[in-house]
Design a protein around this ligand. Structure first.
Ligand SMILES: Cc1ncc(COP(=O)(O)O)c(C=O)c1O
Length: 400
């Protein structure tokens, strides 16, 4: 029988001990179908060894297409990689840079989307240009105008996260993509805080490259992610990230008659070139099973449900003196609801005090971040508020 995912139901998460788990922006606990799929893959290898590998090769083909559909990408443009970093490093290393080219980064981003570009800058003598990510939340139109001014001065590539990990701001990707296209820049997107919770369409948004891990909103195990390269960009990538599986017909020398062991086979292009060595089949099995559940409900319905969860909590937090980072416009909202106390240095203590009362959330860079997903029930929010009121009644978290 297929397991059914139901909005607001934790029936498939029977091992989860926390009363209110709202930390999917950090890591999702695996559901029963994900655990079963991982166990089945291990069981297949345990009973059949190498003979099982064929099944996993077929699964990878299906999985790539499935992920491509989820982000509006054409078949063949998505490759499976270990994590977001791996995908970003592949592009930062693989672009044919010219000395002095300018790369636009955003202050406030998760370091995954900064370090590889800094490394590329050191290696190729590139110039890094910085804008504040938070300006797009607090003064979006002015920030877009400043972005355009930088593009006019000449930018080779803009690297941005689809959703900011601190504030939960959904970046204006469509507008950014349009500006990039108009000024001849390429657009790279770190999508780990977006895929599985907010709709993304790489074609409509003019995204050239996208990297994403799966242990957050895709609710899969760690160590499996994917990379998208727009078909029009695929041929230009240098094969610096290539390994033995990056070649076409990579298995020929293992399965055919002698004479096939060669080192000059052409490389697969684009994201497929990034699949360089033996893959994480266990993680892929988990991701496949998790996608079954997400697809049953649909990303748009999940986002609506999560917004209702945020709606129920946010005004009460503001009433209690917390500052909310939530944007007024729905298109700027994501799975993350972040608030902070008057003194943001208290946020980690708040998160610890909430954990002691059965609420799992996080405190990235001074924000208290609530990140519910499809299994979170709307009746959890009164329990979060009771925990907060109890902490306030004790004189605040630092008094605990
Ligand atoms: C925006 C963002 N990018 C990337 C990551 C993680 O990168 P990786 O998948 O390489 O560990 C995180 C969180 O861990 C994140 O919030």
């Amino acid at each position: 029988m297929t397991d059914r995912a139901e909005l607001g139901s934790r029936a498939l998460f029977e091992l989860l001990e926390t009363d209110v788990y709202v930390n999917h922006a950090s890591l999702s606990p695996p559901s029963r179908p994900v655990r079963d799929a991982v166990a089945a893959t291990l069981g297949g290898y345990a009973s059949q060894g190498m003979a099982w590998y064929v099944k996993e090769v077929e699964r990878r083909e299906r999985l790539r297409d499935r992920l491509a559909r989820l982000i509006g990408a054409p078949q063949g443009s998505v490759g499976l990689v270990a994590n977001t970093s791996a995908g970003i490093i592949d592009i930062a290393l693989g672009l044919p840079w010219q000395r002095g080219e300018r790369v636009l980064l955003f202050d406030g981003e998760f370091p995954t989307n900064v370090t590889p570009w800094q490394q590329a800058a050191r290696r190729h003598d590139l110039e890094l240009v910085w804008m504040s990510a938070d300006d797009f939340r607090t003064e979006r139109e002015a920030a877009l105008a400043r972005l355009e001014a930088e593009l006019v001065r000449g930018i080779r590539l803009v690297a941005v996260s689809a959703v900011q990990f601190t504030s939960g701001q959904r970046m204006p990707l469509e507008a950014m993509g349009e500006l990039c296209r108009a000024h001849g820049a390429e657009l790279f997107v770190d999508a780990i805080q977006a895929v599985g919770i907010v709709p993304l369409d790489v074609a409509a948004m003019g995204i050239d490259y996208l990297a994403c891990g799966s242990h957050k909103w895709l609710m899969a195990p760690e160590g499996v992610g994917f990379l998208y390269v727009a078909p029009a960009r695929a041929d230009a990538l240098e094969p610096y990230m290539a390994g033995w599986l990056s070649h076409e017909d990579a298995f020929a020398f293992l399965t055919r008659a002698p004479g096939e062991l060669r080192y000059d086979r052409p490389f697969r292009t684009g994201a497929l070139m990034a699949e360089a060595g033996t893959p994480n089949t266990i993680g892929a099995a988990g991701l496949d099973a998790s996608l079954d559940l997400i697809e049953q409900i649909g990303v748009a319905a999940i986002l609506e449900h999560v917004q209702a969860w945020h709606d129920a909590l946010e005004p009460a937090l503001v009433e209690r003196g917390f500052e909310s980072a939530r944007m007024d416009t729905p298109s700027g909202r994501s799975g993350i609801l972040s608030v902070r106390p008057e003194d943001p240095s208290q946020s980690p203590a708040w998160v610890q005090a909430l954990a002691a009362r059965g609420v799992a959330c996080a405190s990235p860079d001074g924000w208290i971040r609530f990140s519910p997903h499809w299994p979170n029930a709307l009746d959890e929010t009164p329990r979060v508020l009771s925990a907060i009121d109890a902490i306030l009644a004790d004189g605040g978290p630092s008094q605990e």
